[in-house]
Design a protein around this ligand. Sequence first.
Ligand SMILES: Nc1ncnc2c1ncn2[C@@H]1O[C@H](COP(=O)(O)OP(=O)(O)OP(=O)(O)O)[C@@H](O)[C@H]1O
Ligand SMILES: [Mg+2]
Length: 245
Amino acid sequence: MTSLLSVRNLSVFYGAKSQAVEKVSFEVDTGAVVALLGANGAGKSSIMKAVSGLVPGRGEVHFDGEPIQTLSTRERVRRGIVYVPEGREVVGDLSVRENLVLGGYQIPAATRRSRIDMVLDLFPEIANKADGAAWRLSGGEQQMLAIGRGLMAGPRLLLLDEPSLGLAPLLVRRVFERLEAIRKETRLAIVLVEQNLRVTMRLSDEIHFLRGGRIVGRRRAEELKEEAARQEVIDAYLGAGAAAE
Ligand SMILES: Nc1ncnc2c1ncn2[C@@H]1O[C@H](COP(=O)(O)OP(=O)(O)OP(=O)(O)O)[C@@H](O)[C@H]1O
Ligand SMILES: [Mg+2]
């Protein structure tokens, strides 16, 4: 069986000399959550942007068995690849509901209405604030809105770039609890970019460790159940800075 997403020898360059990603390969099956873990500058966002078509990449990217490297971002969204960038980027002056409408501008109005209901159902934290301005939401709620906006397009593959960024531990936990609910309730595949092993491993099936634009290690989440095994990969692949909760 072919994977939903297959990335083979993906390289990303910014200009002639600056290589951000070097021959990265990984696969994502339907319904699977695959994490890319690494420190600042490791190349995580560059991989996500290359898969979503926002930056050019070399190598092969297949979605549903078809090459997508030459497709525009818009066409990739149409096929079901949706990128939720780091930093949330909700439109503060618009209401929560209007932000969701933006995420589903390309779908028929009736579908859009039912998707908004589905998203608000999934994120009760923002449901009772749906008609208030998005800037009033807490950081964690804004992250839920950003994810919800991504879900509006009806993705088959969600590329989630550091959903925990800048959030207090309690809010990180809440966002990840919602993601676990999405996992249980849908067949959505997720590529999750993170720096924190502990929050990532609960949600993920497989974790790829990135350093300097390369994948330097891989583990199945079940291999990391023991504290000693986690400490080993932190020491080997992430460095001391990543150990902090
Ligand atoms: N638009 C750009 N132009 C030039 N260089 C870039 C650009 N975007 C990223 N880079 C460089 O590419 C490398 C990888 O960056 P990338 O944003 O992919 O890392 P990251 O793993 O997502 O980091 P972070 O955790 O800080 O978000 C870095 O050295 C970065 O400086
Ligand atoms: Mg990044």
